[in-house]
Structure formats: C-alpha cells, structure tokens
Design a binder for this molecule. Structure first.
Ligand SMILES: [Zn+2]
Length: 255
C-alpha cells in the first residue's frame, strides 16, 4: 500500500471516530454506574405513619433492597446507605456516598399529607389510625443549593428521567406538594414527571454528586399503602428506576 493510501486511511479512521463520538448512544447512562441508595429515616426516627400504623422506614428499607437487587442484576454497583435503619445523621449519609465514590445519590422515601387532610378510622376494631385517600402517586425532589451547578443540572435531568420511567411503568405523580398551604407550596418543576424543587433537603444539598429524593407513594392513602407493600409493585418501581438510570441525559419530553 502506498504512503498516500495509508495516509488517506488514517484520516478516515479519525473522521469516523469523531462522528461516532458525536452521537449520543441511546442506552448508555450519563449518570454513572455506582449508585448510592439511601433508605430514608431510621428505626429511631421512623418518618411518616401509614394508614394502618406502619412506620415509613420499614417501607424505605424494603424498597431499597428491591432496587439494590435490580440494579446489581443489570451490572450497576450499589452502595447501600442505611440498610439496617441505624443511621441517624443525614450528612453522614451523603458523606458515606462520597467516600464510596458514588456517581449519584438516590434517597428512597414514602410520603404523607398535611394533617388537615387526615381522618380517623379503625383498621382493626378498637384501634384508631389516620388516613387520607385524597392524594395518590410519587413525587421527586431536587435541590438547587448543591455546591456544584453541574450537579444541580444533572440532578434535575435524573429526576425527569425517573419521573418519565415511573409514568411509563403506570404510576402517576402526585402534585399535592405544590398546594399553597402551610407545609407545602413547593416549586413544581415538572407536573408531567412529578418533579419538585426543595432546596433545603439536607441529603440533597449536601450531596457531592447528582442527587434525587423519591417519595415512592403515599402511605396514608389506604389503597396505596397496600400497593406499596406488594412485591410486584415494588419490583415495578425498581425496574423503572433501573431503566431511568440507563437512559441518556436528554429531556424525556423530547424522546
Ligand atoms: Zn420520608
């Protein structure tokens, strides 16, 4: 082969490589593959109380295990934060994620509503609890107070992808956190995907990587509480999370 032909071949390789790099691979994740999964709250401070009197932390611990198993099965590395429900300090959770070199931080929670909506009922004779069937669905939160603006943008992109994947899995977002009442009034960034801005959430603003908090569903809703305990439903949520983490970083509205 002549030197001229070799030279021409070399340039074609360069051009083809540049074109190849310019295309966004559809299934490659831009979020990284080492995921810190935080089970919200602790046994000592258990979070919300379900319509039947169950503590939120139990739901968070259960879902964290299902999500961890699902992500590991698809080849992701999972750093489980608070898997036993013993970590009280919120900053310790994001520090642990940072120390483990996590690419992103996902905090798993289950939701409640403002006390004005709660009504008493007796799930068992002689045992009074409180419920509200008014709202149903998931919510996603991001903070604009993360130190690195790149992480703020990536957190939003991740939350949008999570919302889109959860919707595609048949779940619906709850918009009750945007209601202009005491305790709510959150800024709704995206009604389609249930994404809110909540700057002050400690686990979000102290995270040194893209960070999202998911409220998987509303525990005081009597039907939703039962769904959230169903392993098939938990797996649907976990599968949707797994899919969202492996999408590219584009806005799901444009997909
Ligand atoms: Zn919570």
């Amino acid at each position: 082969m002549s030197a001229e032909k070799l030279n021409r071949g070399f340039w074609w390789v360069i051009i083809a490589t540049v074109i190849g790099l310019g295309q966004t691979p559809v299934h490659a994740s831009c979020f990284g593959s080492r995921i810190a999964l935080d089970a919200g709250h602790s046994l000592q401070r258990p979070g919300a109380r379900s319509a039947r009197g169950r503590p939120e932390v139990a739901f968070n611990l259960m879902l964290a295990q299902v999500v961890a198993t699902t992500l590991r099965a698809q080849g992701d590395e999972v750093v489980l934060v608070n898997p036993e429900g013993t970590v009280l300090n919120l900053v310790a959770r994001t520090r642990q994620a940072q120390a483990a070199g996590a690419d992103l931080f996902l905090s798993l929670h289950h939701d409640s509503v403002q006390p004005r909506y709660l009504q008493p009922w007796q799930p068992q004779p002689g045992h009074t609890e409180h419920y509200s069937d008014r709202f149903t669905g998931f919510s996603l939160f991001v903070s604009a107070q993360q130190a690195d603006p790149k992480h703020v943008a990536a957190s939003r992109a991740l939350a949008m992808q999570l919302g889109a994947a959860l919707r595609a899995a048949g779940l619906t977002p709850s918009l009750h956190h945007a209601e202009p009442i005491p305790g709510e009034g959150r800024i709704l960034l995206d009604a389609d995907w249930g994404v809110y801005r909540f700057d002050e959430l400690i686990v979000l603003k102290t995270a040194t990587m893209p960070a999202v908090l998911l409220e998987a569903g509303i525990l005081v809703n009597r039907a939703e509480e039962e769904r959230l305990r169903d392993p098939t439903y938990q797996q649907r949520i976990a599968t949707a999370i797994g899919q969202a983490l492996h999408r590219d970083c584009t806005d799901p509205h444009n997909d």
